[in-house]
Design a binder for this molecule. Structure first.
Ligand SMILES: [Fe+2]
Ligand SMILES: [Fe+2]
Length: 225
């Protein structure tokens, strides 16, 4: 059997390899106006995702018998609620109505599915959302911050100072859960499969997200001519 800590490192490396060049939501080479629109779209979708994360954690906590993990999930719920408020406030400063936005069906389905997974073992759930999902979120936020620095520095700062540090903690909850619970060949196999399942679903949502924003950005550039 692989030592749980070594297994967690190995699985993290596998996930990182899967994600190389796969977060297609933002295009680093796009002109500034297009990049800004991609960032705004991320924020509108982000409002929805943060609130669904609160709902997901509330649904999972009663099914999480491991006391240490349950406490960590309660803290995460509090963080995601704060992120929801921060992003809403930021969109309001741009004159947008954060509640008017209709979420992309792919994201809606992803969260519906995750919430329906509440009765699955803690190991599988945390491998999916905290370990695979939140680790990828940290990468995604780092890219967003880097690409927002010139076109919207205030938003970049909100993400860098008030969201990203929490997301690192959420990814660490995933590592902690796997270190505690993936301690046999069978549980390690289950954790690996859960990550693969989640990565595939997130990637599908990313692709749909980018297609949607490209369509929006194109119609904007046409109407601005
Ligand atoms: Fe968050
Ligand atoms: Fe998070």
């Amino acid at each position: 059997m692989t030592d749980p800590r070594a297994f967690v490192r190995e699985l993290a490396a596998e996930n990182a390899a899967f994600w190389r060049d796969r977060d297609v939501r933002l295009d680093p080479d796009a002109p500034p106006a297009v990049r800004l629109e991609q960032i705004r779209y991320r924020m509108r979708q982000g409002v929805y995702n943060e609130l669904r994360s609160v709902e997901l954690l509330a649904a999972w906590i009663p099914y999480t018998g491991e006391r240490e993990i349950r406490d960590l999930l309660a803290g995460q719920l509090d963080d995601e609620h704060r992120h929801w408020q921060l992003l809403r406030a930021r969109l309001i400063t741009f004159g947008e109505d954060p509640d008017a936005y209709r979420p992309l069906p792919e994201w809606e389905q992803l969260f519906d599915w995750l919430i329906a997974c509440r009765t699955r073992p803690t190991l599988e759930r945390l491998a999916m959302f905290q370990f695979a999902g939140e680790t990828q979120s940290c990468e995604g936020f780092e890219t967003l911050i880097r690409l927002a620095r010139d076109v919207d520095p205030e938003t970049a700062e909100v993400y860098a100072s008030a969201i990203l540090p929490d997301e690192y903690r959420h990814a660490a909850i995933g590592r902690r859960a796997l270190t505690l619970l993936a301690d046999t060949p069978e549980t390690q196999r289950i954790a690996r499969e859960a990550c693969q399942e989640m990565n595939g679903r997130i990637f599908a949502a990313y692709r749909a997200h980018r297609e949607r924003v490209d369509r929006g950005a194109r119609s904007d550039s046409v109407s601005n001519r």
